[in-house]
Write a new protein. Structure first.
Length: 359
């Protein structure tokens, strides 16, 4: 199978790696590596450099759609894939777009001010919870997504099953003062989606369609919904791999796609600025992970949307690079960060080696 992307007239310019300053010989070994490593269960790998799609490879492997087994799937460019919690990063872009139109001006606004229907859950301590705390996963609310999603005690799973998901989130007790400690919380994103819906008058799926899908030319997508009918903003999107790469290019372009400003540059910059110490050695922005990798003794910093099962969207500004990795590692959490790092390092190495050759 060829790794060269095809011009599908979907908004992507396509090119060879060499034309965009990459060492193609390093990239060619990537597919061979994954074909010899079935445990990685990679489904798609794409890369864009300088705003141009230069690498695209699809694989066959076991997969699921929202926890429903699909069996072995042979992927191609036309097929949608779960992006899981990269959905959170998309919601962050929508928040920025809504702010640009005059909604949600104050990130310090109390969360409960948007939900008068839940005043019975209000406490003086919870009054300190703000929109900014939702964006940075620093709610202080009791929440546990560290245990597997197969465990009924997982907080996101309980939110999915709740008769009223928003009430479930807001009813959680405070265990830390808001703003002090990062704790990964899909409920925070559900509240963000509900807030922008309230201030704009449109549900999150309509807002996303207008503010993101339409300007990027994204027409084929699915939203998982709660039992209430509300779209799952924490982890419910399925997208084509090329369309996910467009999200990365939009962020790399500081909110612009093909010279059209979709999301304010200032919002993208703030979203990718470390706001709080996140999980492990990572920082966290506004629903984006911020980290670094070491390639040929060179530190490469990146921002990423991260989804369960090995879904990764890397943005590397210093290399003008977007990387998409989609996989089916739902039962192998230890491999999830490894596979994404293998791809990112190879692309960064291809850039570094090409730069050395040029000098």
């Amino acid at each position: 199978m060829d790794d060269s992307p095809t011009d599908l007239h979907d908004g992507w310019n396509v090119s060879s790696p060499e034309a965009q300053g990459l060492d193609a010989s390093i990239l060619r070994g990537l597919a061979t590596q994954f074909e010899a490593w079935p445990e990685a269960n990679v489904h798609a790998v794409l890369m864009a450099r300088n705003g141009t799609l230069v690498y695209e490879r699809y694989f066959t492997g076991e997969d699921r759609a929202w926890a429903t087994p699909l069996g072995r799937v042979t992927y191609d460019a036309t097929m949608k894939h779960d992006i899981r919690s990269i959905t959170k990063s998309v919601v962050s872009l929508v928040v920025g777009a809504v702010r640009a139109r005059g909604g949600l001006r104050d990130l310090e606004a109390p969360v409960f001010s948007f939900f008068p229907e839940y005043t019975d859950l209000w406490t003086a301590e919870k009054a300190a919870l703000t929109v900014r705390h939702l964006l940075t996963m620093a709610t202080g609310l009791a929440w546990n997504e560290e245990i597997p999603y197969s465990n009924p005690a997982n907080s996101e799973r309980q939110m999915l099953a709740a008769a009223d998901p928003l009430r479930y989130v807001l009813a959680q007790p405070l265990v830390q003062p808001p703003g002090h400690v990062y704790n990964y919380n899909g409920g925070a994103t559900a509240l963000l989606a509900a807030i922008v819906a309230k201030v704009s008058g449109d549900p999150i799926e309509a807002l996303t369609a207008r503010e993101v899908w339409q300007p990027l030319g994204i027409a084929d997508f699915d939203w998982m919904r709660y039992a209430t009918g509300m779209a799952n903003a924490a982890s419910g999107l399925r997208l084509r791999p090329r369309d996910l790469a467009k999200i990365g290019q939009l962020v790399l372009g500081r909110g612009a796609w093909h010279s059209r400003q979709v999301v304010p540059t200032s919002w993208v910059a703030e979203s990718l600025t470390p706001q709080i110490n996140g999980a492990g050695l990572y920082f966290y922005g506004f629903q984006w992970w911020l980290g670094r990798s070491l390639v040929e003794r060179r530190e490469v910093t990146w921002a990423a949307g991260v989804g369960w099962g090995g879904q990764r969207l890397f943005i590397v500004p210093s290399l003008d690079l977007v990387v998409v990795v989609l996989a089916g590692l739902y039962e192998n959490p230890a491999l999830q960060p490894v596979v994404g790092e293998v791809v990112l390092r190879r692309y960064a190495l291809a850039s570094a080696m090409a730069a050395q050759a040029a000098h």
